[in-house]
Design a protein around this ligand. Structure first.
Ligand code: GUN
Ligand code: ZN
Length: 429
């Protein structure tokens, strides 16, 4: 039976970061018809009701129906150590992250955290994620299994490291290639799962390991590749000393076959002009992780400047370097980082980044991220008056953006009124 969801609807017909709010499509009394896991129609509520009298109606009133949020860079294994105090990137990795990731050799622990992680993000309205797992194949199994149990479209991969990490967290060039290939062949395209080739970052891979993963990517160009790029100045100096022949940080990946249109570079804060030009030329993506960049003290991502240079940009929590599971909180942080960098990002740009923009970086803009016929029915319904503070502010609004911005800046999981995954209602509040 078809479901007809009624409320305000918000989606995009183009890039609202590059093109502004004119790219948005809003209806104050719209509807989304869901059938067989997909969006069958989007339009005015009254028209859809008349055309589909048999559909089961869920009327959200003034609730805002949007594509579900898409978190384009996370580390699900860092769920239990989010908000760890006082360290910058390299010390933070060594003191908090690596000991926690060590625990994922245990499949039961990996399964427990994967389930906990997905339940947390669903409660925040996030319906898709691209995650790093740990070096353990068991952590990848746990990730894809927990996502499949919930029907979610997800991207994930085994994190590869063969140096500058504890012995218990190191693979080799060969085992990274073998394990990644096996997991890719097992999971990529199975249900809603997509495998991602995942070297953690240049400092924790030898050139031989980057080469091996570059070879795997050449053999499987249908998958994405995710890694970190230019997050902190200390890290960049370290990369320079480890790769003395590289032109810059990006070149450490490019020299080993790890640059292409399907490359996702997390952070990308302190880029050289050549790196920006090259990423634009190749059509790779950069992923903005604003709560993480402030929490770990990394720096200010230049969203406006990079968008103007033609880079494709996604938005992400970077859990647990990021300090929240919520894409609402992440949009607020992107706004704050934008202000510090000299540009106030419009609410339309923020919402676009969290939905259609992130979908585009994952090469999935024709499947998720917008309300449009044929797309998969991953939806979030937002209460625009979820707390007294937000309600009194949005009551003053005279347009959609004025009504939405208080929820972007002050909203949390209480604003998530409902979530639909693959056409199934999962989180009714
Ligand atoms: N760089 C390499 N690994 C990580 C990680 O786990 N989190 C963040 N924020 N940066 C990284
Ligand atoms: Zn990361």
């Amino acid at each position: 039976m078809a479901d007809l969801l009624i409320g305000q609807t918000l989606t995009f017909a183009g890039d609202a970061l590059a093109g502004g709010p004119e790219a948005a499509r809003h209806s104050a009394r719209g509807g989304v018809l869901v059938e067989g896991g997909r969006i069958a129609a989007v339009g005015e509520a009254d028209d859809l009701r008349r055309a589909h009298p048999q559909a089961r109606v869920t009327d959200y009133g003034r609730g805002l129906i949007s594509a579900g949020f898409i978190d384009a860079h996370v580390h699900y294994p860092q769920t239990a150590m989010i908000a760890s105090w006082g360290k910058r990137l390299i010390d933070w990795l060594n003191l908090y992250t690596f000991p926690e990731e060590m625990r994922f050799a245990d499949p039961a622990y990996a399964a427990e955290i994967a389930g906990r992680y997905f339940d947390l993000v669903l409660s925040c309205g996030t319906t898709s994620v691209a995650s790093y797992c740990t070096i353990h194949p068991e952590s990848v199994e746990a990730f894809f299994t927990a996502a499949a149990d919930r029907g979610m479209r997800v991207w994930g991969g085994k994190t590869c490291m063969d140096r500058n990490a504890p012995a218990g967290l190191c693979d080799t060039a060969q085992s990274a290639y073998d394990d990644s290939r096996q997991l890719l062949e097992r999971w990529h395209g199975r249900g809603r799962a997509s495998y991602v080739i995942t070297p953690r970052f240049s400092p924790t891979s030898t050139p031989a390991q980057l080469d091996a993963l570059g070879t795997l990517w050449r053999e499987h160009p249908e998958v994405l590749m995710q890694t970190h790029l230019s997050e902190q100045l200390d890290e960049i100096a370290w990369v320079r000393s480890l790769y003395p022949d590289a032109r810059d940080y990006l070149d450490t990946y490019e020299a080993h076959g790890l640059l292409g249109p399907g490359a996702l570079f997390g952070h990308a804060i302190h880029l050289e002009p050549r790196e920006i030009d090259r990423i634009a030329e190749v059509g790779a993506s950069v992923i903005h992780c604003p709560t993480s960049n402030m929490f770990i003290g990394s720096g200010l991502f230049r969203a406006r400047a990079l968008s103007d240079r033609g880079l494709r940009i996604g938005l992400a929590t970077d859990t647990g370097g990021g300090s929240s599971f919520s894409m609402l909180r992440t949009m607020a942080a992107a706004y704050e980082v934008g202000q510090l960098a000299g540009t106030a990002l419009h609410p339309a740009a923020l919402w676009w980044l969290a939905t259609a923009g992130s979908a585009a970086t994952l090469g999935a803009g024709d499947r998720i991220g917008r309300l449009a016929p044929g797309l998969e029915a991953d939806l979030v319904v937002i209460d625009l008056a979820s707390t007294p503070a937000i309600a009194q502010r949005s009551a003053r609004a005279d347009d959609l953006w004025g009504a939405l911005f208080p929820t972007i800046m002050m909203g949390d999981d209480r604003a998530i009124r409902d979530v639909w995954v693959g056409g199934r209602q999962v989180a009714r509040r």
